[in-house]
Design a protein around this ligand. Sequence first.
Ligand SMILES: *Cc1c(COP(=O)(O)O)cnc(C)c1O
Length: 395
Amino acid sequence: MPTRPCWVEIRTRSLEENYRFLQSLAAPHAELLAIVKANAYGHSLDLCAPAAVRAGARWLGVTSVEEGVAARALCPEARILVIGGIFPGQGAAVVEHGLTPVAWERWQLDELESAAHAAGAPAGSLPVHLEIDTGMSRQGVSPEQIGAALARFVPESPLKLEGVMTHLFAADEADGAVTEAQLAQMAEVLRRVEDTGLYAEWFNVGSSAALLAGQAGEIAALADRHGMKTMMRPGLALYGLAPQFDPGFEPREPASLTAARAQLQPVLSWKTRVTSLRSVPAGAVVGYNGTFVASEPMRLALLAVGYADGLDRRLGNRFSLLVRGVRAPLVGRISMDQAVLDVTEIPGVEAGDEVVILGTQGTETITALDHAEAAGTIPWEVFTRIGQRVQRVAV
Ligand SMILES: *Cc1c(COP(=O)(O)O)cnc(C)c1O
């Protein structure tokens, strides 16, 4: 059955090329884990997780055990890291589906250990990545308290310390001082791990910004000292967008960032169609609360997209979309399921015309960053808020 025309097109080939490009930036220092959390940043886990694996990703990153179970069904061979940690009662699913949990709370280690025992798992068979809080105050053991966590990884435990992880949350800042301080803390943590007689295979750090800031070499040097391998975790860049960096970098931004701007390809386009057209006289009110009043006779196009599809309500009267290759302003408030474009100046617009909400039409392009700037948010939020009812189609 034909559906309401509001859809997202996903170019999985672009995602594959982005992954290979990013891996070439990381090589030989780091292996990349492909972040596919939150339905692959709204791009469809079903389409994107297998594409990342085709491109060579051996590791996928998801938020939750539920997302991990979904990713496992799609990618039977991949390692799947649950970066948001586990919740009470989820240990059994971690074991059953072969997921790799990030953990930092004592009760999480208890939960995993008892689930592994219940499944008859042998010693050292359940890999865990231990998160360290190096300044974000979000999740992770503080470096001072790491001793108690490390003491859990005794040889007879089913738990194995496979990774030591942290989040470099300020890699986009020009002076790099926060990242330096975090890496100094991690150097100390890795020394503690070694002193305890443990060996973790992976030093697991950073996001797109840390990778594109060209820090893989410096990070890997730290891991090398302990015979560890480095894993980095790009998300946004995989979907074709280089994060905005602190303008303090300009004009000497990192070469890897410049290369990324030229190489990365957007994976997602978001489209709708003109539902119907009407001509209104001067004085006509458009949409809820009459926030737009026609100052002259106008031609208006109704669209099958609204805020329930993820089109930010704050874009009403302050953004434009593409129809017939031209930018047409959104007028009036955005409704839950509909929005209105002013097409007065665009000849020939007809019902059924394709409208690009995000993406390219002719020579014009609207990016997730354009949406984010108009709505006062960040591209990550723009992508992840595209509604569940918007179909994702591979192209
Ligand atoms: C989401 C996330 C990432 C990816 O971040 P990007 O900025 O999108 O590259 C990396 N690590 C962790 C822990 C995350 O939660």
